[in-house]
Ligand binder design. Structure first.
Ligand SMILES: *[C@@H]1O[C@H](CO)[C@@H](O)[C@H](O)[C@H]1NC(C)=O
Length: 364
């Protein structure tokens, strides 16, 4: 009966073998320890769990690929999840910088280090060699320096977020090679220079959020060819030139924020009756009159045209819009009667114009 005798031994051997295979490779272990060594965590809620030699097991924020056992994900998000028992109400804090040793984790597909506010230093250049990367989310830190010029090498990248940091310099032209990118979020940094002409090559992009920088130059018309774009936020920059008319012909664009720039020219009629439901064009240098193209297909939860140089009347067609939730037309040079459909609107929405009249302002 050799089977009976062999079975427990086999099982033991298998177990020993599989645990050896399962632990993380020594090179990944060394890289992770180097990564950890230049970061300081206030409560130790994460790094206290980084003990032993198997980084794939119970190391908080580290996950390995099931088959290769290579480190595939680093996910260190500040927030309630990690606040520890001693001081549950104090937000956790991490300082230090992101070590270039991270680039030795050659199978890394997800790098998430968010909302620590104290992590500074530059983004390691070598990050563009991590060809498996799909997700980079470093939002809410104090990372400075520039985005790597060769970031376009990360052909697998779906999500790039570095919002709320101190990143300067220009948006690298090679970024337009990241053709799988669905989310681009670089809000609230110190990015300057133009939006790459060929941004429209990013055909998978659904959110492009670049607000709160010092980006200048025109809005590239190529953006209008991004078929899946839902959310375009370019507000609070130094953009100039006209608003591309084709923005109003995009299939699924629903939020368009261009407020606080130096945009000039008139408001394209195409924007009214498009798929856009949230439109903020305030604080620009737009002139001409408000297009008289409101109609049944016009549905705005928010329409803010304040602080421009718009003149002429409020178009009569505005009364036939299917819905306009929040209207803000103040600080322009508009003149004439306010359509009765808007008589219950807050007066401040129409204030500081040349000669608007009728409810909610004074009678004509
Ligand atoms: C539109 O943008 C301006 C300027 O950035 C901002 O102050 C305003 O609150 C925005 N409007 C709405 C309704 O959110």
């Amino acid at each position: 009966m050799p089977e009976i005798w062999f079975t427990p031994l086999m099982a033991l051997l298998l177990l020993a073998f599989s645990s050896a295979v399962r632990s993380c490779p020594p090179s990944d272990l060394v890289a992770l320890l180097a990564f950890k060594s230049v970061l300081r965590e206030s409560h130790g809620g994460i790094f206290n769990s980084w003990t032993g030699t198997d980084c794939c097991r119970n190391w908080r924020g580290v996950s390995c690929d099931r088959n290769s056992r290579r480190v595939a994900e680093i996910s260190l998000r500040a927030g309630p999840v990690y606040t520890t028992f001693e001081k549950p109400y104090r937000p956790d804090y991490m300082s230090g910088y992101i070590s270039p040793e991270i680039c030795k984790l050659t199978h890394l597909s997800s790098l998430i280090i968010t909302d620590w506010h104290g992590i500074s230093g530059e983004l390691p250049r070598c990050i563009s060699s991590l060809s498996y990367l799909r997700i980079i989310d470093l939002s809410g830190n104090r990372i400075s320096g520039t985005l790597p010029a060769d970031i376009g090498k990360l052909r697998q990248l779906n999500l790039l977020s570095a919002a709320d940091n101190l990143i300067a310099g220009e948006i690298p032209a090679t970024l337009t090679s990241l053709t799988g990118l669905t989310h681009l979020d670089l809000r609230n940094n110190k990015i300057s220079g133009p939006i790459p002409q060929k941004l429209g090559q990013l055909q998978m992009l659904s959110r492009a959020l670049l607000s709160g920088n010092q980006i200048s130059g025109p809005i590239p018309v190529s953006i209008c060819h991004i078929y899946r774009l839902v959310d375009l936020d370019l507000s609070n920059n130094h953009l100039s030139g006209p608003i591309p008319e084709a923005l109003g012909r995009m299939a699924v664009l629903s939020t368009l924020k261009l407020d606080t720039n130096r945009l000039s020219g008139s408001i394209p009629a195409s924007l009214f009756g498009s798929s856009i439901s949230e439109l903020n064009l305030s604080h620009n240098m737009l002139e001409g009159s408000i297009p008289d193209t409101f109609g049944g297909s016009c549905y705005f939860t928010l329409l803010d045209l304040s602080y421009n140089n718009l003149k002429g009347p409020i178009p009569k067609s505005m009364s036939s819009a299917s819905y306009i939730g929040y209207v803000e037309f103040s600080h322009n040079h508009l003149c004439g009667p306010i359509p009765s459909a808007y008589s219950n609107t807050d007066a401040s929405s129409f204030a500081y114009n040349d000669c608007l009249c009728g409810k909610p302002l004074k009678a004509c």
